[in-house]
Design a protein around this ligand. Structure first.
Ligand SMILES: NC(=O)c1ccc[n+]([C@@H]2O[C@H](COP(=O)([O-])OP(=O)(O)OC[C@H]3O[C@@H](n4cnc5c(N)ncnc54)[C@H](O)[C@@H]3O)[C@@H](O)[C@H]2O)c1
Length: 332
């Protein structure tokens, strides 16, 4: 039976689809290929899957915020689990275009839950975000911490998705796992994220925009580690036994952080990018951006305990791998 992956043309979705196909699972992929960033990159990710896996990867272009369209598009497709990674991502853009987040992350999330309910999905795994921790001072962030003070609409939609999912897990006993991803980077990454923006600026000889003057710390997590965590959780749905799950639910709904459990200084990443590109960075210190947070760091003990998850890629290994990919993608 196949797995349905939403956001299959996106960074994490295409990488997850790749890993599922590689281990022998069939995949039905959904995406609307919107132009939040260059759709050519999304097409290239899809072509890579189609070239390598042929008709074991079936792609459907559809907007999951449109309930009628998604129901019709999936008519006749068989799948037993859903990995819902499609969303409007990005903290900064949520200040400019809140409606995109309401549509994709709230309406779209509810539509995907309804699909899961109608199909009796074995497991619904969905993306949340480290941004739900807002300006929490206690690091590392734990899934048991209160997360009631989002600093952006993006974070508020992700926290809402967790709450809405909890109601479905409680009412319909649908097994669900929410994954709070921490700053994911690596090959086939996103052009709106710092790692890509800095690499591009280095190759162009342009200044690197350093928010908060570069005084930021992030728990950078390599894509392969993220994907390993998605597959490990997908394979072990939370049980419907009334026991308390990670994150506090008594329904079959677990919440996990997936991070590297190392908070890295942004300037250390700049240094690694300089080494990998062989270029010297010009720095453009800027003020802190509204909605942004100074530091993220994941406590990953819950996913370690329940799924034996262990991130293995340090930024010293991951940053050069990203730069190698960036160079080959741009024929540099
Ligand atoms: N990359 C990170 O560092 C990170 C961190 C925390 C959380 N997340 C979450 O992980 C998930 C995947 O993120 P990503 O980095 O791969 O982002 P991405 O933007 O590369 O992928 C998301 C995909 O969803 C698609 N999409 C958006 N709205 C849609 C709609 N209404 N209908 C159909 N498709 C739609 C987009 O076209 C895109 O291809 C998202 O939920 C994101 O919020 C990512």
């Amino acid at each position: 039976m196949a797995t349905l992956v939403t956001g299959a043309a996106g960074f994490i979705g295409s990488s997850t689809a790749h890993a599922l196909l590689e281990r022998g699972d069939d995949v039905v992929g959904l995406d609307n290929i919107n132009d939040y960033y260059d759709p050519k990159l999304k097409q290239a990710r899809l072509e890579r899957l189609q070239r390598r896996f042929g008709n074991r990867f079936r792609f459907i272009k559809v907007d999951f915020a449109d309930a009628a369209a998604i129901t019709a598009a999936l008519d006749g497709s068989a799948f037993d689990s859903i990995v819902h990674l499609g969303a409007q991502a990005g903290v900064r853009y949520s200040i400019e275009n809140p409606a995109a987040y309401v549509q994709s992350n709230l309406v779209g999330h509810c539509n995907m839950l309804e699909i899961a309910r109608a199909r009796g999905a074995r497991h619904f795994v969905y993306a949340s975000s480290s941004s739900v921790y807002g300006g929490n001072k206690s690091v590392p962030f734990r899934v048991e911490d209160r997360v009631d003070h989002p600093l952006s609409l993006y974070a508020a939609t992700k926290k809402s998705d967790e709450l809405i999912s909890e109601s479905y897990a409680h009412l319909y006993r649908m097994p669900m796992t929410g994954l709070r991803f921490f700053t994911v980077y690596g090959p086939w990454g996103r052009p709106d994220m710092a790692m890509w923006i800095f690499t591009k600026a280095l190759y162009e000889g342009a200044p690197l925009p350093l928010y908060n003057g570069g005084q930021m710390r992030r728990d950078f997590t390599y894509i392969d580690d993220i994907v390993a965590g998605v597959l490990a959780t997908l394979d072990s749905p939370p049980t419907n036994d009334g026991e308390t799950k990670a994150g506090g639910s008594n329904a079959p709904h677990a919440l996990y952080n997936i991070g590297n459990n190392r908070s890295e200084d942004l300037m250390r990443v700049v240094q690694l990018l300089e080494e990998a590109t062989g270029k010297k960075a010009l720095l453009d210190p800027m003020p802190m951006q509204p909605g942004d947070v100074m530091e993220t760091c994941a406590d990953i003990s819950a996913i370690e305990r329940d799924h034996d998850f262990r991130p293995v890629t340090t930024i010293d290994e991951g940053v050069p791998r990203f730069v190698d990919w960036y160079r080959s993608y741009h024929n540099k």
